[in-house]
Each structure stands twice: as C-alpha cells, then as structure tokens.
Ligand binder design. Structure first.
Ligand code: NAP
Ligand code: G4F
Length: 377
C-alpha cells in the first residue's frame, strides 16, 4: 500500500516535532517546512532526521515561510500531501503585542495562503487540512462559558491579544473555505498543552527550568507575571494524537481539545517545586507577592529554609489578559474516542524530570571544567 503523505508547517516547534514522530510511526512520508535561521533550529526533530542523504528517508524538510505564497504553493505542489497540518505560527501571546502586524501576516494570512495554494493547485478534493486554532479565541470572558462552566465548540469568541485576533481570522477562513469549496478543512481549538519540549519562554517551561536550576543551586530565584491566571494545561503528546484523529474523521468539523481542569500559575509553581522536594510559602499580595522555601527534602541540593525563590516582575503583565481558560472536550471524546493519557501531575513530573536532567548536564560540565583547571594548576 502507498504511504500517506503529510505536510507540517511549524515542524520545528513543540507540536510539530511530536506530530512528525507520530506520523512517521504510522508509516507516513512527512514533509516539513523549516525557516532559514542564522543558527540551527531543528533541535526538536534532529533525532528523526539522521541521514538527509538517504533517499529512503521518510522525513523531508523544505525551507519556507508562511509569509511567502509562492514558496508555499511550490512546496505543496512538490509534496502533493494527503494531509496538511498548519502548525506554523508566532505563537507567543505576550510577544504578539510587540509584533502585531507580523502576527497578523503569519498566523492570520498564513492560513489563507495554505488554503488558497491547495485550491489553486486543484488539490481541494485530495488534501485534508488541519488548522491549529486556539482557546485564546475565547479570551476568557466569563459570560461566554456554557451552562456547565466550560468553553465548548458553541461558545462565542472574544480574543484579547493580536495573537488571538490573528488566529480568529485563521479560524474563520478555514471554516469559510470548508463551506465555500467543500474542502476537508478543520479547526482544532486546542487549550494550552505543554511538554519537556515546550518553548522556554512560555510560563510552564519557564517555571520548570527555573525550579530545576534553583534546586541544583544554579539560579537564585525566578521572576513571573500574573500568578492568578488560570489555564487548562494538557500534555502535547495527547493533543497531537487528536490532530491526526481530526483529519481521519468522517466529516470536516471543528473540535475543542482540553482537559476540563483549570489551575493557577501559582499552583503550577507549587507543583513544580514539590517534584524536587521543596515546599513553598507564598506571602504578600499583587506585585509584592513572593514565595519562600518552607521545607526542603531534596537529596541533590539543600535549598536554605526561608530563601526567597520567586518575585513578581510587572513587565510580564499583558496589556489585556485572559484570566481563566477551561475547555469541554466532550465532543472529541464521544465522537472521536479521544482519551488523554496524561493529567497535570504527570505533565509537571515529565517536564521537571526533563529539566533536572538538562540542568544536571550543566553541573557536570562545570565540575569537569573545575577538574581540568585544578589539574592545570
Ligand atoms: P511553537 O513551539 O512556538 O512552534 C511554532 C512553529 O511555527 C515553529 O516551528 C516555528 O519555527 C514556526 N514558525 C513561526 N513563524 C513562522 C513563519 N513565519 N513561517 C513558518 N513557520 C513559522 O508552537 P506550538 O506550541 O508547537 O504550537 C503549534 C501551533 O498550535 C501554533 O500555531 C500555535 O499557535 C497553536 N496552539 C498552540 C497551543 C499550545 O498550548 N501549545 C495551544 C493552541 C494553539 P521556528 O522553530 O523557526 O521558530
Ligand atoms: O504560557 P503562556 O505564555 O501561554 P498563553 O498566553 O496561555 O498562550 C499559550 O496557550 C495558548 C492556548 O490557550 C496558545 F494559543 C498560545 O500559542 C500559547 O501556546 O502564559 C500563560 C499564563 C498567562 O496568563 C500569563 O500572563 O501565564 C501568565 N504568566 C505569568 N507569568 C506568564 C508569566 N506567562 C509567561 N509567558 N511568562 C511569565 O513570566
């Protein structure tokens, strides 16, 4: 049987890397678009791309950019994909306030460029399209939750950032092409999902990296913004599986993917410190809130009791904030049989283990450096 062909934009990102792994396991030929960068930017997929000269290599990378229609059209023409996963985006909400025009171009118009390329090439009956939509579309407006207190596929949108506004264009243009041209084009409205591969400036990874470093004595404290914000955090591995399921469904539709549980940033911090045996006490309010070590049973490094390990830096506050997100994945569970394998505790454990291991390498390197210096003396 012929291998199915997929094209992933954003293959070098968190989700792109897990999805590429999944599709290769399923026997797909996977084309991915990577951006030209002055430094290597393929860390997350290097383990999948051992020998680029091997003609049987099923992962094929192309240079490209979502702002370049001609490039996208050429890659789609070459790949002739059965499925396109449009995961490429400037995905950082806070940064979108600094680069609103660029975000509109990539996250909004980029989606149109993919859809239109498929149409121009006459592939609209062959190629199924997944659009990486987001819970940021809801904006956390309390009055828009359903009667059970969740956001679902029928909840109204009210985006609160240039990122959210760009993604709402992506959402509607995907739906419009589905209706106008009968294309199999779907939105996955995904709530926050994280992993050891999460970008370092998103709050969960910023926390797990900092906690690992603090526990190993490599960092004094971490500065964060709004600790009151609540997010519905799942594991990226569970969410990419659902992306694939969405394109295997009978009909093209839009789907909410979430855990149905919401947690404050403050509690995520608490949970991350607990993994390395550190109990925290939070004191003070608003910008004066701080966290101190209350107890420490960490065998690798004894953090001093009473040490201040967290402060607020208001520069991390956003001009408009999404206060609370919580999603209702009932439709995905009932109609597609999606069952997430990880809960928040697993996720925090997985991320902490990854970062402790990563930071221990730094400690080992430091130790080796000291040894070399000592021997040279
Ligand atoms: P990510 O780690 O930030 O990855 C984004 C990917 O997009 C990277 O490969 C990046 O390339 C690429 N990219 C950025 N600008 C591009 C451009 N102009 N042209 C082509 N590619 C470009 O994001 P993620 O967490 O994997 O998320 C994947 C998608 O899901 C994104 O569209 C995001 O907005 C959406 N989403 C994410 C979540 C979540 O919680 N993770 C939730 C809902 C929706 P570089 O590696 O070169 O930067
Ligand atoms: O981790 P975050 O930056 O993620 P955010 O804004 O929820 O966006 C992520 O999830 C969306 C899905 O809902 C995606 F569409 C999007 O692409 C991205 O993946 O921030 C989470 C919360 C916010 O309320 C933020 O204000 O954490 C708060 N926060 C508090 N201190 C912080 C910090 N966020 C960051 N990045 N850095 C801080 O120091």
């Amino acid at each position: 049987m012929k291998n199915k062909v997929a094209l992933i934009t954003g293959i070098t990102g968190q989700d792109g890397s897990y999805l590429a792994e999944l599709l290769l396991e399923k026997g797909y030929i996977v084309h991915g678009i990577k951006r030209r960068s002055s430094l290597f930017n393929t860390d997350r997929i290097d383990h999948l791309y051992q020998d680029p000269h091997d003609p049987d290599q099923r992962l094929k990378l192309h240079y490209g950019d979502l702002t370049d229609s001609m490039n996208l059209t050429r890659i789609i023409q070459e790949a002739q994909p059965d499925e396109i996963y449009n995961l490429g985006a400037m995905s950082h909400v806070a940064v979108s306030f600094d680069t609103p025009e660029y975000v509109g171009n990539v996250d909004g118009l980029g989606t149109l460029r993919i859809l239109e390329a498929v149409r121009i090439l006459g592939l609209e009956k062959k190629t199924r399209i997944y659009q990486a939509s987001t819970s940021e579309l809801y904006g956390g407006m309390p009055e828009n939750k359903n009667e059970r207190g969740f956001y679902d596929e029928s909840s109204p949108f009210y985006p609160r950032s240039p990122y959210g506004v760009a993604k709402i264009y992506g959402f509607w243009i995907t739906k419009n092409y589905r209706e106008a041209y009968d294309m199999f084009a779907c939105n996955g409205i995904l709530f926050n999902h994280e992993s050891p591969r999460r970008g370092e400036t998103f709050v969960t990874r910023k926390i797990t990296r900092a906690v690992a470093k603090i526990a190993l004595g490599l960092q004094e404290k971490v500065y964060l913004g709004n600790l009151e914000a609540k997010r519905d955090w799942g594991h990226a591995k569970d969410y990419v599986r659902m992306m694939w399921m969405i394109l295997q469904a009978e009909k093209p539709e839009d789907w909410v993917i979430a855990t149905g549980v919401t947690t404050t940033v403050r509690d995520f911090v608490r949970m991350a410190f607990e993994v390395v045996g550190i109990q925290l006490e939070f004191k003070g309010e608003g910008v004066d809130e701080k966290a101190y070590v209350k107890a420490c049973s960490n065998k690798d490094y004894q953090v001093e009791i009473g040490k201040e390990v967290l402060s607020i830096d208001p520069s991390y506050f956003r001009p408009t904030e999404v206060d609370l997100l919580i999603g209702d994945p009932t439709k995905a569970k009932e109609q597609l049989g999606w069952v997430p394998e990880h809960d928040l505790r697993d996720l925090v454990q997985d991320m902490m283990e990854g970062d402790v291991q990563l930071m221990k390498k730094d400690v080992d390197l430091l130790k080796a450096g000291h040894e070399i210096l000592k021997q040279a003396e």
